[in-house]
Design a protein around this ligand. Sequence first.
Ligand SMILES: [Zn+2]
Length: 597
Amino acid sequence: MLTLAELNTCSADTFVNLLDGIYEHSPWVAQRTAAARPFATLSALKVALQQTVLRAEADAQLALIRAHPELAGKQAMAGTLTAASTEEQASAGLDGQRNRNGGNNHSDGEAELETLRQLNAAYRARFGFPFVLAVKGHDGQGMPRSAIIATLQRRLRAQEADERAESLRQIGRIAELRLNQRCGHVPTLGAQALAACEALAQWSDTPEGLTCTYLSPSHQRCAAQILQWMRAAGMTAHIDAIGNVVGRYRSDRPDARVLLMGSHYDTVVDAGRYDGRAGITVPLAVVEMLHRTGERLPFHLDLIAFADEEGVRYRHTLLGSRALAGTFDPAWLASLDADGIPLRAALVDAGLHPDAVPTLARSAGELLGFVEVHIEQGPVLLERGLPVGVVTAIAGSCRYQLQLTGVAGHAGTVPMALRRDAAAAAAEIVLLVERRCRATAGVVGTVGQLDVPRGSINVVPGSCRLSLDIRAGDDAVRDAALADILAGIADICARRGIAHTLEPVLRTAATPCAPWLMAQLGAATARAGLEVVSLPSGAGHDGLALAALTDIAMLFVRCGNGGISHHPLETASADDLDVAAGILADFLRHFTPAPAA
Ligand SMILES: [Zn+2]
């Protein structure tokens, strides 16, 4: 078995030899990485190798992609692949030998392989390089053939530049799995967290896909499962009055204060499996490990699986965390869901206690802070080739509805110079929003709704409605961008003779993460041998509610599939969740309470 110590101390030539085959027929990756030794951890080595690939010249990257064999191709059938490729393709049943999770029927398998060959040929014809996929998948156990075919069909429709980048990322994942195997590394905690997310995903409000809305039968089934896991991991646990599952890994110290961790277990409609849930199952795996080894902490660790964050069933989001923060408004108990069921009745039906919700409010004095692990739900870490990042703030939003009024006219008779075209003004505004937000790091702006009411193919648009959503992790940065955009809109409308009205829809302040907690998460990340990157969260999270009560921090975990989230394609790897679990465990062991204010 290969060890990190050996890789760190051997000659550069030996280093290249020891890593032979980690990158298919491409020893230059190891050659160029040798000088960056020593590596503190296997994760650090993986990141460094992949950074070499990402920084390489385009020709070298293309040659690396082309060095990969076709899946279920001629070489696989003829048995002339490298040993690593042979084993990987066999794990996904691509060697014509067996078919995991697929039809047992031999002719079904043959038909799938034939589909795969045709898609491979189409892919190569379109992009000029073979389809590269880490067929062992995000859990390292091997993807079913049907999933491989679906991935190939999806990627066949992508743009070439995106496909090259995705191929390099898949090569990084292949290298990671090969390195794991060569070093005998098993991402135990990450695999455990991933498996727990898969287990929770079996309960859905819908027969297909995953939808788990607040207090539905599937939601209650998840709560019962999480409760059981918490108890098995050595925690005292209960389901509270609003449906949060609350587990405590108790300290031996009588005067101990409480560190809160956790995330939500409800989902959006047709959701991914890791949003929220990974923030429960990763700390759960860590606590289970501490319990198994008899390791205690000098503080109580409360792991909370929040019952409602997404707000799908009742309009109010963050119901679970607001109850703890003491900002739950009892008037919300009268809110109705789409079927006319009041929140109060839904709680009672689930065996919960609406009148006890106000008693859930925690007192700030007993708390040390709140730390949440969450998938990034975006592409930043993926693009940078890093497994985790430290969140700086949960972005605040400004939203407006904008109404433009020009003059409608005949598309044939009104000369261009005499037009007051509301849609043309809107087009300029969309580009202004894009240009201004691109100019400042950390600001994002979106026109998601754009409508020409009662528009007609032969009429100059007399009116146009559009939405505006501007976000940033820093309110001053956001407001500066917003001021420029609003001034620009006024200019565009004045120049074009268009009247405009601007209706504010929403304005929320950014919620900063506590610098002292960020520093401790960053220090644990650095001790894992990884670059510490900070990034804002563009999406809302439970920390928004808990920030009213205590200091908050978040650790983001890289997503796959382009960073897509709130979607069945949402994914995260066992290895990345394992890195997060390792950092979390280290963070807990080194945790120092906030310096007194
Ligand atoms: Zn979430």
